[in-house]
Ligand binder design. Structure first.
Ligand code: PEP
Length: 256
């Protein structure tokens, strides 16, 4: 199975989100060999988008998950609230949260802990900034992120753990990571995550994210053992998103 996650970030009002969700459903109608498609709208649109997705093959995800269950935590949305809005997945540790809003490894860990006690499926985002890549330190950097997030965390072996390798320098950039870089890092991340978590192989899903579009999606998806892609900018264009879904379906058919 391949997974395509669309991260809509802080874009689209409720009506526009519903319209885009309808477009995504249209793409999937009557198609065989589809990847699992997950869309992550802004919090304000979750509820209406969920109604739109009813009886479709598209799943709902959130862009972050609060640490506490409830209380005086202004601006936070708890795991319970996300489940109440019928989210199946939630991103955690996205590089924009880490680098623009200062979310530390410790906060990311707490968010994951909160999710691990629920049915929400986490999509842990990791990836090195350009300075670390230039210094050849990407593996150490990502290992720290993974250890801090996952070491000693009690995980349900039956629930998948998604880890998105998203090099910071490739997000919203002109160029994605090269296929070779992606293959190396995703294999490395799978190895480290397996050691730390002791989850069965099939429970760990590794995605690539960073300037994936309809032109390059096929190359990323067919290579290595990558389980899917996390898509930002291109998920806001129905034509580009359709191209990415088609690329995933082509890979699924080719690998059957
Ligand atoms: C992202 O936001 O996770 C992302 C990968 O963005 P983009 O596809 O625009 O690089």
């Amino acid at each position: 199975m391949k997974y395509i996650i669309g991260n809509w970030k802080m874009n689209l009002g409720i009506r526009e989100s519903v319209a885009l969700a309808r477009g995504v459903i249209r793409i999937t109608r009557g198609k065989e060999g589809l990847p699992e498609i997950i869309i992550c709208p802004a919090f304000t649109a979750l509820s209406e988008v969920k109604k739109t997705l009813a009886h479709s093959r598209v799943s709902l995800g959130a862009q972050n998950c609060g640490v506490e269950k409830s209380g005086a935590f202004t601006g936070e949305i708890s795991a319970g609230m996300l489940l109440d809005a019928e989210c199946k997945y939630a991103l955690v540790g996205h590089s924009e949260r880490r680098h623009i809003f200062g979310e530390s490894n410790e906060i990311v860990r707490k968010r994951l802990e909160a999710m691990s006690k629920t049915k929400l499926i986490p999509v842990l985002c990791v990836g090195e900034p350009k300075s670390e890549r230039d210094a050849g330190n990407e593996e150490n950097y990502v290992t720290d992120q993974l250890k801090s997030a996952l070491d000693g965390l009690s995980l349900n072996k039956k629930k998948p753990l998604f880890i998105a390798y998203e090099p910071v320098w490739a997000i919203g950039a002109k160029e994605p990571a090269s296929i070779a870089e992606m293959i190396n890092l995703q294999a490395f991340i799978r190895l480290v995550a397996k050691k730390i978590t002791d989850l069965p192989d099939t429970s760990i899903k590794i995605l690539y994210g960073g300037s994936v579009d309809s032109e390059n999606a096929y190359s990323f998806l067919r290579e290595g053992e990558v389980d899917g892609v996390l898509v930002g900018g291109a998920s806001l264009s129905i034509n580009k998103f359709e191209g990415i879904i088609k690329a995933a379906s082509d890979v699924i058919v080719a690998q059957q």
